[in-house]
Design a protein around this ligand. Structure first.
Ligand SMILES: *Cc1c(COP(=O)(O)O)cnc(C)c1O
Length: 339
């Protein structure tokens, strides 16, 4: 039995999902003639109470399109130093949009409205890049699945309004935050200008993300997606997986969160662990004791068919997901306990 906790992207479509996908009605989505894609986009726009949604092949592309829609070359986006758009999208912000990132030294990938406001360059000071966007991430990936306080997000909205900045949410992992904090998608839809959500993480789809937003911004999104190479044809098979997952798999995230907390409890009790970061959703980040070598530890687990990833500086990560079964969970807890 292989236990793969490297990421929640390692999941495979379930039998039910595959059957639903195969039965999907499809058409050419570049002509907007794919009924399944259109249904997914309409469903998500409606779910978030926003005007329009657009299907993307990946979360990175949805975020990159959002950056492009909110900025002009030479301008600057404010984000946390842990932000996915800065660390894990291949330098796309500068490559695709010609913009720079002003990094905030936040806490677990989150920052305050005061920090955001202090990062805005004065618009008449032409020596500095013009600030045009604030981007936040919920839950935070590198921050260990931490969830933002919604009140802080509201305060940042006010800062964005006061300075006429765009406000983007990288919500690749927003489903986890919604479930963990019992929040409503419409609350987020009412706060942000654009939101990206992933279908291929906790929800267990083989691919796909959706960018949701206000009409005046989203009407240019289809052109940007085309430029980025993201116009796809009979992609309703993938969109159908998304529709299936939103209806059936959303509530299952609560189980992922419980299991992650249980893993954290076992880790905390072990002498080879220095620190376990607070666990709010499905990501467990922990630090090994100074005298434990990271590679040796990873190899020990690998020999027992347990796969997790190193994040550098003796920090390791596990992510629970829909394909992580009760049997795997029992076996993992037992193994960690005996190490
Ligand atoms: C996974 C992820 C993305 C995008 O991922 P893709 O692999 O490009 O689909 C974006 N932001 C966050 C926070 C993520 O966790």
């Amino acid at each position: 039995m292989v236990i793969d906790l490297r990421s929640d992207t390692v999941t495979k479509p379930s039998k039910g999902m595959l059957e639903y996908m195969m039965a999907a009605e499809v058409g050419d989505d570049v002509y907007k003639e794919d009924p399944s894609v259109n249904a997914l986009e309409e469903h998500l726009a409606e779910l978030f109470g926003m005007d329009q949604a657009l299907f993307f092949p990946s979360g990175s592309m949805a975020n990159q399109a959002a950056l492009k829609l909110h900025t002009n070359p030479g301008e600057q986006v404010i984000c946390d130093k842990y932000a996915h758009i800065y660390n894990y999208e291949g330098g796309g912000a500068s490559f695709n949009s010609g913009i720079s990132c002003k990094l905030i030294d936040g806490h677990r990938g989150m920052f305050t409205a005061e920090q955001a406001e202090a990062s805005i360059n004065p618009p008449d000071f032409y020596h500095s890049p013009l600030t045009s966007l604030i981007a936040i991430e919920n839950t935070t990936n590198k921050g260990g699945g931490a969830c933002w306080d919604f009140e802080e997000l509201k305060r940042i909205r006010k800062i964005a309004d006061r300075h006429a900045l765009g406000y983007h949410l990288d919500g690749a992992r927003l489903w986890n935050a919604l479930v963990a904090k019992n929040e409503r998608p419409k609350a987020y839809g009412g706060l942000f200008d654009t939101i990206s959500v992933c279908l291929s993480k906790g929800l267990g789809c083989p691919m796909g993300s959706v960018l949701i937003g206000k009409k005046d911004i989203m009407q240019r999104a289809i052109r940007v997606r085309k430029i980025l190479g993201g116009g796809m044809r009979q992609v309703g098979f993938a969109a159908a997986a998304g529709l299936y997952a939103i209806n059936r798999n959303l509530d299952l995230l609560a189980d992922d969160h419980i299991r992650a907390k249980e893993i954290g409890e076992v880790l905390k009790s072990k002498s080879y662990i220095k620190k376990v970061e607070p666990i709010e959703t499905n990501i467990i980040i922990f630090e090994l004791d100074d005298d434990v070598d990271e590679q040796t530890f990873l190899n020990t687990l690998k020999k027992k068919d347990i796969h997790i990833i190193g994040m550098g500086s003796n920090k390791l990560r596990m992510v629970t997901h829909i394909d992580y079964t009760d049997m795997m969970h029992d076996s993992l807890l037992q193994t960690l306990g005996t190490l």
